[in-house]
Design a protein around this ligand. Structure first.
Ligand code: CA
Length: 229
């Protein structure tokens, strides 16, 4: 199933640092996408829909702070956890880093073990599903093992595509997914599917979720995509 290996975007300009981090992240079982500067990083956020970002503070061109600020002011990426990595250690910088909306902050030289532990913790918080687990959001319960979905007392009938769509939404409540990102996650990027197909299946999912008179939990975000809640 698409989307079960957490994807980490690493934005770091120093090749040796980047290689070391990428190696350790892969060893932890993460999929890693790498960017050497802020512009490339922001582009990859859209293209790759990562689950977590490790962001170096000192980057050529757009600074890490600016990258973080942009991510946190956009609805589509606001919920995406960002760990800032910095050589600066003054308390004032730390505060500034957190004020831009970074979810965490580590000062170089940091312990790799601690960084990995924090990365896992942020992913657990923002992306709680693993194979065989149950996802719950308000009165909707999705069982990833038995492929059963209930809402309140009612058992819902979902097709396989609607099930994967709902899994994606429930992994990250509140996150806005573009049609292209949903295509990647739900259909896989090797398959050619028109983005309108996404609308059709979101429509079916909505129908299934509201069949017993419940409120529609899926939000259409104009010009951006869809979100749960
Ligand atoms: Ca740097």
């Amino acid at each position: 199933m698409a989307g079960l290996v957490p994807k980490v975007l690493l934005i770091e300009d120093e090749p040796s640092q980047r290689a070391l981090l990428a190696y350790n992240l892969q060893a932890e079982g993460f999929e890693v996408v790498e960017a050497g500067d802020g512009e490339e990083g922001l582009l990859l956020v859209e293209e790759e829909a990562p689950d977590l970002i490790l962001l170096d503070w000192m980057l050529p061109g757009l600074s890490g702070i600016e990258v973080c600020r942009r991510l946190k002011t956009r609805t589509e990426t606001r919920a995406l956890p960002v760990i800032m990595l910095s050589a600066r250690s003054e308390e004032v910088d730390r505060v500034r880093g957190l004020e831009t909306g970074a979810d965490d902050y580590m000062v170089k030289p940091y312990s790799l073990a601690e960084l990995m532990a924090r990365a896992r913790a942020h992913l657990r918080r923002s992306r709680p599903v693993t194979v065989g687990e149950r996802l719950e959001w308000q009165d909707i319960v999705l069982d990833a093992e038995t492929h059963r979905v209930t809402r309140g007392e009612a058992m819902l009938k979902l097709g396989p595509t609607e099930f994967r769509l709902l899994t994606t939404f429930m992994e990250r409540p509140g996150r806005v997914w573009s049609r292209e990102q949903l295509l990647d996650r739900v259909w896989g990027r090797d398959i050619y599917v028109d983005t309108r197909t996404v609308d059709v299946h979101v429509g079916r999912l909505r129908k299934a979720l509201t069949v017993h008179g419940h409120e529609d939990p899926i939000r259409t975000v104009r010009g951006a995509g869809y979100a749960l809640g």
